[in-house]
Design a protein around this ligand. Structure first.
Ligand code: ZN
Length: 255
C-alpha cells in the first residue's frame, strides 16, 4: 500500500529531485472548466450507454445521418465551446515553466492545456483535438473552423476538398486507433521518467491506462490525484483525493 496521506511537501521533494517528470491528465482536470466527464458516475455515457455506441467510428462512417448530426453538434460548439482553462491547467503550465515537467500527456480533446500555456512540443493530446478537422481518407487536417464555415453555408456533411473523403473532428473515436507516433512517445516518456503524475484520470481507458504500469516497472514513483478510486491506487506512492484546482497549484507552488 502507498502512503495515502503523504504531505504535499514530500511529493514536491520527489518532483524537485526527479530528472524527468511525466504527467497524464484526464477528464477530471477539465470538469472544473465545466466540461462533463463522459465516463464519471454522472457521465453522459454512464447514464446512456447507447450514446457511447453512437460515438463509434464505424457508426460515423456507415451512417450519413450520424455525420450530419455530428456536424450540427460541432456547429453548436459541442460541449467545449467557451470553456476556459482552470487553476489545474495553469498549474501544469507553471510546473513546465519551472522546468520540472518533461512531458504532459492528456486524454482530453478540449485544448485547454494549450490555452493555459503548456508548450505544444511537450504536450501529447493522445485522444486528438476537437479544434482540428481530419480527413479519414487522406489525412488532410486543419482548423475545424474552416469546415464549420462550410456547414454554416449549407453543406450538411462536407467532404474533403482534396480527396472527397469523409471529414471528422480530429479526435480519436471508439474503434479508431491512436496516432502511433503519439503513443510511442508517451510510452517512451513513461519508461524514462522518475515521477509519473496521474491527474483527473480514472486510468481505465486503454492503452493509455498502461502508461503508469510502464512507469512503475521502470522504477518511477506514481502519484495519483483523482476524485475517484483508480485501479492503480494500491501501487501509488501517494494518492490525493482533493479538488484538482486546489491541490495541484498548492503542490506546484512548493516544487
Ligand atoms: Zn481527404
Amino acid at each position: 500500500m502507498g502512503a495515502h496521506n503523504t504531505e504535499l511537501a514530500t511529493i514536491a521533494g520527489w518532483i524537485r529531485a526527479a530528472q524527468a517528470v511525466v504527467a497524464l491528465t484526464g477528464a477530471g482536470i477539465s470538469t472544473e472548466s465545466g466540461i462533463p466527464d463522459f465516463r464519471g458516475p454522472q457521465g453522459v455515457w454512464t447514464k446512456d450507454p447507447s450514446a457511447e455506441r453512437r460515438a463509434t467510428l464505424q457508426h460515423y462512417l456507415a451512417d450519413r445521418d450520424a455525420r450530419v448530426a455530428a456536424w450540427r453538434s460541432r456547429l453548436r460548439g459541442g460541449l467545449i465551446q467557451g470553456a476556459k482553462p482552470n487553476a489545474g491547467h495553469y498549474a501544469f503550465a507553471a510546473l513546465d515553466a519551472k522546468q520540472k515537467l518533461s512531458l504532459l500527456i492528456t486524454q482530453n480533446v478540449d485544448g485547454l492545456h494549450l490555452d493555459a500555456g503548456s508548450p505544444r512540443e511537450r504536450l501529447i493530446e493522445i485522444h486528438g483535438t476537437a479544434r482540428d478537422y481530419a480527413c479519414l481518407e487522406c489525412g488532410d487536417r486543419g482548423p475545424i473552423e474552416a469546415v464549420l464555415e462550410r456547414v454554416r453555408a449549407g453543406e450538411d456533411d462536407p467532404a474533403c476538398r482534396r480527396c472527397g473523403g469523409i471529414l471528422k473532428s480530429a479526435t480519436i473515436s471508439f474503434g479508431q486507433n491512436l496516432v502511433a507516433a503519439d503513443l510511442r512517445r508517451a510510452e517512451e516518456g513513461a519508461a524514462a521518467c522518475d515521477v509519473f503524475l496521474a491527474v483527473g484520470t480514472s486510468l481505465a481507458v486503454y492503452p493509455v491506462a498502461l502508461l503508469p504500469q510502464t512507469a512503475l516497472r521502470n522504477g518511477a514513483r506514481l502519484i495519483i490525484i483523482n476524485a475517484q478510486e483508480t485501479p492503480y491506487d494500491a501501487y501509488a506512492d501517494a494518492v490525493i483525493r482533493g479538488q484538482i484546482g486546489e491541490v495541484l497549484p498548492a503542490l506546484v507552488s512548493v516544487v
